[in-house]
Write a protein that binds this ligand. Structure first.
Ligand code: GTP
Ligand code: MG
Length: 431
């Protein structure tokens, strides 16, 4: 089970609890601890984390109108963001970036990715290969630079990295962003430190990023400290976040070592690099894939549908509101996809897509219900009532059943969104 799945399960379990007391919190904390430790987060951090949650959850009271589970979920979210560090905002300006790291951590790939990253944002960029030890390091970076369509400099066969840096800076002097790829080693030994320091002096970088593979988990902290002592880092790039359940360990350890996570690598493609944003990362772990694009989607959709906030009020769903909801959703266009993106179960898609005809039918059926039935779906677990409603509305019993089943789907979706405090917060703010 990976970190995200474990966290989601623990929160779901908490959400199902009928009362939140010291015992529920203790149990919840145990689940969190297990999950974090198996994601390779350092034990002392885990203990501190769960102690903070327990204290906050038990000492403070949810503000009026907020469900205790929502409140606790939010505490967990905030503590996770604290555990995993902040947000890195890349400066879009002229700069030199040095990449260092052990063998195979992803330095060369990240050099090209970063050059492309800045170039895609309107700056010109180039890379210098100062890896003088690995065979074919020159060719590898040259090929990647070509793919990324950025500048490249290297001297084949040259064994002095300082000489390469000097000539490279001259050759790439017109580029806004110059990135220097360096040699790796299996450990940060004296030879690597000496070489790095020499390159560092000659290059005089604005940013010094250590490249770490997420697989190494909590060892990331030690590596970050060691490299930091050697060349005073400005940040870390954690690569292979796409393939590792230990990303949580790498991120938290780096944060604990007091080094900023600047970028994360999320795949082999040149575009697979992102500035690190703990909130977004945690959002994703907790099953909210991309809150930014979600909000954009919603904004667009609401504009199109001319929706009012009351249409999206996520209160108890009954048959009166159900019709309005369906109608609103029909006008939402892309918003339907948003619910899917959020992992919400089963939107009654067919109803929404079948358009006016079906909706009109539902309107008549709902019109044949008594006031009590419209407020309480349970009353309809009664064949006599179903028969009566079908007759009264000139439809079949199967139509009534279909309506009830769609209603229940929608209700399930609403409940799951209702329990999702972050979604609500974003939504409320945006409204
Ligand atoms: N899935 C995935 N693979 C990555 C990522 N970053 C790098 N890789 C792969 O990791 C391998 C090693 O990457 P390199 O960039 O060559 O690593 P390096 O640090 O330059 O290695 P040395 O020069 O040998 O020290 C390559 O096969 C890359 O494609 C990432 O974010 N995700
Ligand atoms: Mg390399």
């Amino acid at each position: 089970m990976d970190l995200g799945e474990g966290l989601r399960k623990a929160i779901a379990k908490l959400t199902r609890a009928t009362i939140i007391d010291a015992k529920t919190i203790k149990e919840f904390n145990k689940d969190l601890q297990k999950t974090l430790i198996s994601a390779d987060v350092e034990v002392s951090l885990v203990l501190q984390f769960s102690k903070d949650i327990e204290e906050k959850a038990l000492r403070s009271k949810p503000p009026a109108g907020l469900a205790p589970t929502d409140y606790i979920t939010n505490i967990v979210y905030e503590e996770l963001v604290k555990l995993m560090g902040g947000t890195f905002t890349p400066k879009l300006q002229k700069q030199r970036i040095l990449l260092a790291g052990l063998y195979g951590s992803g330095k060369t790939t990240s050099s090209a990715k970063l050059a492309k990253f800045y170039q895609d944002r309107g700056l010109s960029a180039g890379v210098i290969c100062t890896d003088v030890s690995r065979p074919a390091a020159y060719e590898q970076l040259e090929t990647l630079a070509k793919q990324a369509n950025v500048g490249f400099f290297g001297i084949k066969g040259e064994k002095d990295p300082v000489k390469i840096v000097k000539q490279g800076l001259a050759a790439l002097k017109d580029k806004h962003v110059v990135i220097c790829d360096t040699s790796g080693r299996s450990a940060l030994d004296d030879a690597l430190i000496t070489e790095l320091k020499a390159v560092n002096n000659a290059f005089s970088p604005d940013e010094k990023f250590l490249v770490i593979n997420a697989d190494i988990g909590q060892v990331a902290g030690r590596q970050a400290r060691e490299f930091n002592n050697a060349i005073k880092l400005t940040g870390v790039i954690v690569t292979k976040m796409d393939g590792s359940g230990k990303g949580g360990g790498a991120l938290s350890a780096t944060h604990a070592a007091n080094v900023t996570v600047a970028f994360i690598g999320v795949g082999e493609k040149l575009s697979n690099i992102e500035p690190y944003d703990a909130q977004k990362f945690i959002g994703r772990l907790l099953g909210m894939p991309d809150i930014g694009s979600l909000v954009e989607h919603v904004q667009q959709a609401v504009k199109e549908a001319n929706l009012k906030p009351e249409d999206m009020e996520m209160e108890e769903l009954n048959f009166d509101s159900f019709y309005n909801q369906l109608k609103a959703m029909q006008g939402m266009g892309p918003l339907k996809n948003v619910f899917g993106m959020m992992g919400a179960p089963d939107v009654p898609k067919d109803v929404i897509e079948q358009g006016e005809g079906r909706l009109a039918k539902y309107k008549v059926i709902i019109g044949s219900m008594t006031k009590e039935e419209r407020k309480n779906e349970r009353l309809l677990h009664d064949t006599h009532r179903i028969e009566r409603i079908a007759k009264g509305s000139g439809s079949n019993e199967s139509d009534v059943h279909k309506l009830i089943s769609d209603f229940n789907k929608m209700k399930k979706m609403f409940n799951s969104l209702k329990n999702d405090r972050n979604f609500k917060k974003k939504f409320a703010k945006f409204m």
